[in-house]
Design a protein around this ligand. Structure first.
Ligand code: FMN
Length: 208
């Protein structure tokens, strides 16, 4: 399928079959998420992958009664950082120094650039982290579709309940958005037959 066919094929599945995604496909989806761009390259989020049926049932019961949670193969929970702390920044600088064989001077220059957001008190850190997580969510969704795997992005959940269930330190990170991965149930998912609703190119794009 070409790129646009893939994007027309994908939709947010409401019912899945429960079939399990092969490890190699799962790996590719996770790599697409890891390789997504982020502001300053800081990647201020992480992902919990849920494969335990018990955990999925618990999430369904306590945080989000959406059937797809019981029928997906895996659930990815994107967690956004609430702080741009030294753990994040120094961790990035260490990775950068290693990957690029960077000099102390280069590392210091990057530390200074990052400092401009780190030291800005009016900068909404959680909102910024969440935006970075959503870009990666898009990458994961698209990667899955390319592999013929369905996905459902999900914001419809009780954030406090999910934070609790994952045992998150909310001073540090919070559940931002989820991505259920699996295979559409052709028999049970009535939304398969719904045509896509999208704004027209004229409404969406302006050329100046
Ligand atoms: C950030 C985000 C959150 C969403 N949350 C839910 C959700 O909680 N449950 C659900 O069934 N669909 C959810 N959706 C799916 C959207 O309703 C769907 O993408 C939209 O209606 C467009 O339809 P399509 O993706 O099937 O083409 C979400 C989508 C996005 C991008």
């Amino acid at each position: 399928m070409n790129l646009i066919d893939v994007l027309n094929w994908r939709y947010a599945a409401k019912r899945m079959t429960g079939d399990i995604i092969p490890k190699s496909d799962l790996h590719q989806i996770l790599e697409a998420i890891r390789l997504a761009p982020s502001s300053y390259g800081l990647q201020p989020f992480s992902v919990t992958m849920v494969e335990s049926r018990d955990k999925l049932n618990e999430i369904y019961e306590k945080a989000s009664p959406q059937p797809v949670l019981k029928q997906c193969s895996h659930l990815l929970i994107f967690k956004a950082r609430t702080r741009i702390d030294s753990e994040l920044v120094e961790g990035y600088l260490e990775d950068m120094a290693k990957a690029r064989n960077a000099t102390e001077e280069q590392v210091e220059g990057t530390r200074k650039r990052i400092g401009s957001i780190q030291n800005n008190p009016s900068f909404n850190r959680l909102s910024w982290s969440m935006r970075q997580a959503y870009i990666a969510l898009g990458y994961g969704t698209f990667a899955a579709a390319q592999l013929g795997i369905d996905s459902t992005p999900m914001e419809g959940f009780d954030v406090d309940a999910l934070n609790n269930l994952l045992g998150l330190d909310v001073e540090k990170e919070r559940a931002a958005v989820m991505l259920a991965l699996g295979y559409r149930s052709e028999d049970e998912d009535h939304s398969i037959k719904y045509a896509k609703v999208r704004r027209s190119p004229e409404k969406m794009f302006e050329i100046i």
